[in-house]
Ligand binder design. Structure first.
Ligand code: UDP
Ligand code: MG
Length: 316
């Protein structure tokens, strides 16, 4: 392995874990074949974490530190790390020692095989069953079903990702969990490997059960962006058309009955249904059109391509 590595680690109140984490990483990567930097992103920690990081940097300038003014969240921290990472391969991991740095070479081996993104699978996860593992099993099933990327463990931060992938994804909200799904849009080759998972010994977990609901909403966003962001009219327009046509047919039927058979309209609830369906139909089609306008503004103002090129031959 002679390409440079960037280990990106979000850190929020993990002071007691930092020194051991650093020594485990440097031990694993002590083989002279590895050239690397460790980018710690201090996400507004309120403990002595930043001092500990600065102390590490005193003696090792492969330690790079980004310090946030306040707690912006794990996604923001990863994103800042991605922006600054200089390596050809970016490895992400948690700071709490639940991920095992000894697994890094396994991930890198897969990258060498030609994969663009290798994700860890905590097959023997050391977390609480009811509040963590059960929701996670359901979430993984759901995300795999909704996106085209079938993974057993979406929640594992331990990943190795090629630079060109990392530099081309923008993360918002809490979307770091969906990095493989978002990257799949570019057509990257994704592998999953079993990794070690250890119980948290120091510090506290930053998340509770409410995360399950937020993940669910994020999944809706990701699914929409992946499948329909380039063609919102398809997403809204099809249900809109179905609803409008059904409503229209009902209205015609009621009109015929009223005009030709003299059946009164006033006391028929089905009339309400017809009106409702027509209104929903019109609204959905209009949503779709607005979405199309938005999409154009989005892609054109940001100069975002609607494709992603792997190689070019004979073209500069
Ligand atoms: N983290 C962060 N900002 C936050 C929350 C968490 O940088 O707002 C970091 C945290 O320090 C750890 C990683 O993200 O390195 C994962 O957090 P945690 O271990 O609490 O999550 P869990 O393993 O319980 O899912
Ligand atoms: Mg953890």
């Amino acid at each position: 392995m002679n390409e440079k590595l960037s280990i990106v680690i979000p850190v929020f109140d993990e002071a007691e874990n930092i020194e051991r984490l650093y020594s485990e990483i440097t031990q694993t990567l002590s083989d002279p074949g590895y050239e690397y930097e460790i980018v710690f992103v201090d996400d507004g920690s309120r403990d002595k974490g930043l001092q500990k990081l600065l102390a590490l940097r005193e003696s090792d300038d492969r330690v790079k530190i980004i310090s946030f003014r306040k707690n912006f969240g794990q996604t923001a921290a990863l994103s800042a790390g991605f922006d600054c990472a200089q390596g050809e391969i970016v490895v992400t991991m948690d700071a709490d020692l639940q991920n095992d740095p000894a697994d890094i070479p396994i991930l890198l081996g897969k990258i060498e095989e030609g994969y663009d993104l290798v994700s860890g699978w905590r097959y023997d996860r050391q977390d609480k069953w009811l509040s963590r593992r059960l929701p996670s099993v359901l979430a993984n099933k759901l995300i795999s079903w909704a996106t085209d990327v079938k993974l057993n463990d979406y929640g594992c931060t331990l990943k190795a990702i090629k630079r060109e992938v990392v530099k081309n994804i923008t993360l918002y909200g809490e979307l770091h969990r969906f990095i493989p799904a978002i990257a799949s849009w570019m057509g990257v080759r994704i592998a999953e490997v079993k990794v070690n998972h250890r119980p948290r010994v120091a510090g506290q977990s930053k998340y509770g059960i409410s995360r399950a609901f937020r993940v669910l909403l994020d999944l809706v966003t990701v699914k929409f962006l992946l499948s329909y962001s380039g063609r919102p009219i398809q997403f809204f327009g099809i249900p809109g058309l179905i609803s409008g046509l059904l409503g229209g047919a009902l209205a015609v039927y009621l009109t015929i009955q009223r005009v030709f058979m003299g059946i009164p309209l006033g006391d028929r609830p089905i009339l309400l249904l017809a009106v409702l369906l027509i209104l929903i139909g019109v609204q959905f089609v209009v949503f779709g059109l607005l979405g199309e306008l938005q999409t154009r503004t989005y892609y054109e103002s940001l100069d975002k391509p609607i494709y992603f090129i792997k190689d070019k031959y004979g073209i500069d």
